[in-house]
Design a binder for this molecule. Sequence first.
Ligand SMILES: Nc1ncnc2c1ncn2[C@@H]1O[C@H](COP(=O)(O)OP(=O)(O)OP(=O)(O)O)[C@@H](O)[C@H]1O
Ligand SMILES: [Mg+2]
Length: 260
Amino acid sequence: MTLPREEAYDALEHRVMALRQNSRTGDERQTMSEVFDKDTMLGIYKLMKEGIIDTVEYPVSTGKEGNVFAARDSKGKMVALKIYRTSNATFNRISAYIEGDKRFRGLAGSKRKIIMAWAMKEYRNLQRMHDAGVSVPKPIRFHRNMLVMRYIGTQKAPAPLLKDVALDNAEEVYEFLLEQMRLMYQEAGLVHADLSEYNILYYRRQAIIIDVGQATLVEHINAKDFLYRDIDNINRFFRSRDVKVKDREDIFKEITEVEE
Ligand SMILES: Nc1ncnc2c1ncn2[C@@H]1O[C@H](COP(=O)(O)OP(=O)(O)OP(=O)(O)O)[C@@H](O)[C@H]1O
Ligand SMILES: [Mg+2]
C-alpha cells in the first residue's frame, strides 16, 4: 500500500486505534496507549516518510519494557518494529546497564533520553553481532525509542521461541548456539547477558538470537558472571532436551580463550 504520506499517517493512526480497541484486557489497552504516545507516533511517522515503515500489521509481543510489531516497509517486505515504552519501569531496569557501559559514558539527562540510548544500544549490539556473523536479525534502523530489524517468521506468524519447539536435532542446535556465543565474544566483543530459550527464535531449522539490548562489552566488570549465567541457561535447557551437555568451565574456556 503506497499512500501519500499524510494519508499514510492517518491510516497508521486508524490502525493503532484498532489495535487498542482489539486489545482484550484493560491492561493491554493501557499498554497500547503507553506505547503509542504522541512522540512515538511522530517517530513512526518519520520512519514512514523514509519508507522504513509503511504499515503496522499486528502486535507480536507485549513485553515488560516494550512491544514488538510486525510491520511492512514501503516495498511490502516484513520488518519487526520494537518500541520501548518510555515509562518509569523501563527506565529503572535499564539505567544500571547504561551506566556500566563505557560507550554511554557521560550520558545523563532525561528518562526519555536514556530510553532512547537503550534503543540505540540494542541497535549497535545487533550491528556488531551481525557484522561478526552471529545469527541475529539484521538491524535496519533505530530512531528515538524504536528499533527496526529483519522480521523472522512468515506473513502470518512470527517464528516460535526455542522453548516452544520440538527439536529432532537438539544436539546440533546446542553446538550451534555455543559457537554463536564464541563468535559473539571473540568477534563482536560482547556477552549477551540474557540468553535463554526465551530469547532465541527458531526458524527454518535455524536458531536466531534476539533481545540484545542488555548485551555488554567483554570488558564490562560483570561480563564474566553474565557469560556463566548464559552458559548455565543454555545447558539447563538442552539438558531438559536430553542433550549430554558439556562442563560449564570447558565451555567458558572455549568461548573466551584466544586461539594461538
Ligand atoms: N526480529 C523479530 N522477528 C520476529 N519476532 C520477533 C523479533 N524480535 C522479537 N520478536 C518477538 O517479540 C518478542 C519480544 O522481543 P524481545 O525479547 O526482543 O523483547 P523484550 O522486551 O525482551 O520482551 P519480553 O519482556 O517479552 O522478553 C520475542 O519473544 C519474539 O516473539
Ligand atoms: Mg525477550
